[in-house]
Design a protein around this ligand. Structure first.
Ligand code: PLP
Length: 389
């Protein structure tokens, strides 16, 4: 069976699963840190890469880790995947492997990514440039100057800006550079960046892939020639996830499509209800026809996602008061879990920025970012309405 020809839900359930002598339908959890061989010649075969096999868990050469990686590759229709102990672990290994000629980050990105790019990589002599989505006219010049990697999220956090991946991939490839997309917000259910021209996909698997706010992990997917060289960085940075986490993540991915499609549907309903609410000035959700990125999102996404931002007709204190009155939406960072969460970007993801920088990024104190979970959507809308009242 060619696993990649199956639909996404089938791949979520079956891809990468290893047969088990006892008839387990899924790959068992191998907690072993090391694996024994019948002879030194057999050990050398694996050490020298003459045949695949299990060897040492930190290397990722463990059946539970490798089984998860085959599933992760199948999710994005990629040739290869590597799992990491966190999304940041995946990003750091990507930048150290493929970003050494310089990294350009487009649009708003996760705070940890921005810190790594703006403060830490330059300490290693790696040049980085952060461009907003409306500064793309500078891209050609930077690429002509030899930057090797362009990195972005779409939709972005928290304003859900949509960046056209097909157009961007053409531009980046014309200069011989690579395009990496953090697909955490969309999830593979709603967006397949490799099919749109990206070279590498990054995930914080802590979010939708894990889906239950109970594990921390990351992933890189792409062509084998690009993912292969990352292996030794992960091995020696020691950012391979534990088999226990891989087993839990594979368990979660089996229900990924069902969860995300429900979250898409609920987010759309909530966005429409909030757009009609008199206390709400703006709803930022790519599924709404008046969202500036709606047309591009419709062309490159198969669902608009479970994340939305509402901007109140009021100030920072008003938004804080609404967040504090919510009962079902919990005040917590992170996203993508079965439970609904609310964050006020100025108090969490964008807390460290100056007022001027927030304004440049279109972020206001009156914004609340919602991660829609799997509760009944009527209950979620009722919760928002009582908090806004
Ligand atoms: N990418 C995005 C879009 C995120 O939201 C996050 C975390 O919030 C990360 C990457 C980093 O992932 P992790 O917390 O798993 O290291």
């Amino acid at each position: 069976m060619d696993e990649n020809k199956n639909g996404l839900s089938t791949r979520c359930v079956h891809a990468g699963e290893l047969p088990d002598a006892h008839g387990s339908p899924h790959t068992p959890l191998y907690t072993s840190t090391t694996f024994k061989f019948p002879s030194t010649a057999d050990l050398l075969d694996v050490v020298d890469g003459h045949r695949p096999g299990s060897l040492y868990t930190r290397y990722g050469l463990n059946p539970t880790v490798q089984s998860l990686e085959a599933k992760l590759a199948a999710l994005e229709n990629a040739e290869a995947a590597l799992a990491f102990s966190s999304g940041m672990g995946a990003e750091a290994a990507l930048f150290l492997t493929h970003g050494r000629r310089g990294v350009i980050c487009i649009g708003d990105a996760y705070g940890g990514t921005l810190e790594l790019l703006a403060d830490q990589l330059p300490q290693l002599g790696i040049r980085t440039t952060l461009l907003l989505g409306n500064e793309l006219e500078r891209l050609d010049g930077l690429l002509a100057d030899g930057y090797g990697l362009v990195f972005l999220e779409t939709p972005t956090n928290p304003v859900l800006e949509i960046i056209d991946l097909r157009v961007l991939a053409q531009k980046v490839h014309a200069h011989g550079a690579l395009l990496a997309v953090d697909n955490t917000f969309a999830s593979p259910v709603n967006q397949q960046p490799l099919a749109l021209g990206a070279d590498v996909v990054v995930h914080s698997a802590t979010k939708y892939l894990g889906g239950h706010s109970d594990l921390t992990a990351g992933a890189l997917m792409g062509r084998a020639e690009l993912i292969g060289p990352v292996f030794n960085w992960r091995k020696n940075l020691g950012t391979t996830p534990a088999p226990e986490i891989c087993n839990l993540l594979a368990r979660s991915i089996r229900s990924l499509t069902v969860r995300v499609r429900q979250q898409n549907a609920s987010a759309q309903r909530i966005a429409e209800a909030m757009a009609r609410h008199p206390r709400v000035k703006r709803v930022l959700y790519p599924g709404l026809a008046n969202h500036p990125g709606h047309a591009v999102a419709t062309g490159q996404m198969s669902g608009y996602g479970g994340m939305l931002t509402i901007e109140l007709d009021g100030d920072t204190a008003a938004a804080t008061a609404v967040a504090d009155r919510l009962k079902l939406f919990a005040i917590a960072p992170s996203l993508g879990g079965v439970e609904s969460l609310v964050t006020q970007p100025v108090t969490t993801t964008h807390h460290g920025l100056t007022e001027q920088e927030r304004t440049r990024r279109g972020i206001s104190g009156a914004m609340l970012r919602l991660s829609v979970g799997l509760e009944d959507v009527e209950d979620l809308i009722a919760d928002l309405q009582q908090a806004l009242r």
